[in-house]
Design a protein around this ligand. Structure first.
Ligand code: ZN
Length: 489
């Protein structure tokens, strides 16, 4: 756990500063992992002006909510900000203890036992743990206001000797978000309190850099039921370019996904050259899910049901390879609607790799579940889908279904729906269907297959599906894994 505190000082001489055109906010590589941050605001008492301190603090929260992507949430209960903190040995800087993982506020004469120091109005204590994308993640931020100072709540110009609680809260909330001090442009995050009582453009830009990053890397559009071939390598974006800061310089490809309805999606990233990491975020890069090392491999897999809306999918790897080899090279990314299991990578009989997603499975319950072992009395259906390489859609082509039994015998499905013995000579492979290729081809391979009575009990099956375009008949694109199942005796 890393710990930090930030303080604001009063009474700086107001220097006349010309506004530079560029933003100049500072951050510390720390942020909350989500945009929703709850503070327990129920500190007692009210200001001489009549407003409760709690309400004034909530108004400061509301300013951040209104002007940035941050959503501070107020809980009206009181929680001691110094809970599980106490005076440290030195009595200065960060107090001893680990906090209680609750964000809360109050007036105190000391910083949870430690000295406030000269002219310090308030201090934000923060605890953080290691996070993603080169940022540490806050787990707790508490704000302690110095009750040896004189306080009220008012607008605009400072009153001599009386501090405006609300603008100090605004400033400390900036620290709680991960913003540092900014002295080169007008900002609430100035190191000393000023006549400003509203968030400035630089403060908003700072919060947005942490909680609503712009699309700083090129976007690649992605649709369900696709397989994409790509690589992570120069000149790709790096994570610290994507987020505008942070220490993570690993390569990243950024995919944009737009869904018009609630959809279950299975994302699968595979590579033999790099350690695959998949990160799903909303359109403002707030993380929804992350996947790494699926089932003991170096591949990444995510299975999520997503509401309609826009998302980002980050194909990523490590800045420094860890337990899996490599951090640059080619990968495949598949995105399927999850109705049928994905049948591996797309392979080809000629060696040229196309972007084909092959799915398929065997079911005895109408597609609710796909299984690999069935009872002899089950009524089995085998279904497959091929998301054709976009470059092949509309071209004349042929779909193929090849079945290999456990005893080594092989059959192809023919255009009449029969299964004919197959010699193994690809030139003699008969198509199950011929014609122009659709973006998504569906194949009902068998229906109502029963082991009992058909002499198939005890048999195992491997079903390969694929297609070729008529102009390249020798290059059949198929799923690298077959549909495998067996029928028990
Ligand atoms: Zn400060």
């Amino acid at each position: 756990m890393k710990r930090q505190f930030r303080r604001v000082l009063p009474w700086a001489v107001a220097a006349a500063v010309a506004l530079p055109s560029a933003f100049a906010f500072t951050t510390f590589g720390k942020r909350w992992p989500t945009t929703s941050i709850t503070f327990y605001t129920g500190m007692p008492g009210k200001s001489p002006a009549g407003l409760t301190w709690s309400s004034a603090f909530q108004q400061a929260m509301q300013q951040w909510n209104d002007k940035t992507n941050v959503k501070f949430v107020a809980n009206d209960s009181f929680v001691d900000p110094c809970a599980q903190y106490s005076r440290s040995q030195s009595g200065t800087d960060f107090p001893a203890g680990t906090g209680n993982l609750i964000n809360s506020i109050d007036f105190r004469s000391t910083v949870c036992g430690n000295d406030f120091g000269n002219s310090v109005l308030a201090i934000t204590l923060s605890n953080s743990v290691a996070g993603n994308f080169g940022f540490a993640n806050f787990v707790e931020t508490d704000i302690v206001f110095n009750d040896r100072q004189t306080w009220d709540v008012y607008d605009s110009a400072r009153k001599f000797g009386i501090n405006d609680f609300r603008r100090v809260a605004l400033h400390e909330l900036g620290h709680a978000l991960g913003l540092g001090h900014e002295s080169s442009v007008e900002a609430i995050m100035a190191p000393r309190i000023t006549d400003l009582d509203q968030l400035q453009a630089d403060d908003i830009a700072g919060a947005d850099s942490l909680y609503a990053p712009q699309d700083l890397c090129p976007l690649i559009d992605l649709a369900p039921n696709r397989l994409v071939r790509n690589k992570l390598d120069l000149p790709d974006c790096r994570v610290n370019q994507l987020f505008g800061s942070g220490s993570d310089n690993s390569f990243v490809d950024v995919y944009r996904l737009k869904l018009t309805a609630t959809t279950r999606l299975v994302f699968d990233m595979r590579s033999s050259e790099l350690d695959s990491v998949l990160v799903l975020t909303d359109a403002k890069y707030s993380q929804l899910d992350i996947a790494d090392d699926y089932a003991g491999t170096c591949n990444a897999r995510l299975d999520r049901t997503l509401a309609a809306g826009e998302y980002r999918l980050l194909a990523n790897t490590y800045a420094v390879p860890r337990k899996c080899v490599g951090n640059k090279g080619s990968y495949t990314l598949s995105i399927s609607d999850g109705k049928l299991p994905t049948l591996g990578d797309s392979a080809t009989t000629s060696g040229s790799a196309a972007a084909v997603l092959v799915t398929g499975g065997a079911t005895a319950d109408g597609g609710r579940t796909y299984k690999t072992a069935f009872a002899a009395t089950d009524s089995i259906a085998v279904d497959a889908g091929i998301a054709v390489d976009p470059e092949h859609v509309g071209l004349a082509g042929k779909l193929f279904v090849l079945v290999q039994l456990g005893d080594g015998s092989r059959f192809v499905k023919t255009a009449t729906g029969d299964f004919a013995p197959f010699s193994g000579n690809l030139a003699q492979l008969q198509p199950a269907r011929s014609g122009p290729l659709a973006a998504q081809e569906s194949l009902s391979i068998v229906k109502d297959l029963r082991g009992a009575g058909a002499g198939l009990a005890g048999q195992s099956f491997a079903v390969y599906v694929g297609y070729a375009i008529d102009s390249q008949p020798q290059s059949i694109h198929y799923g690298s894994e077959p549909i495998r199942f067996s029928i028990n005796r």
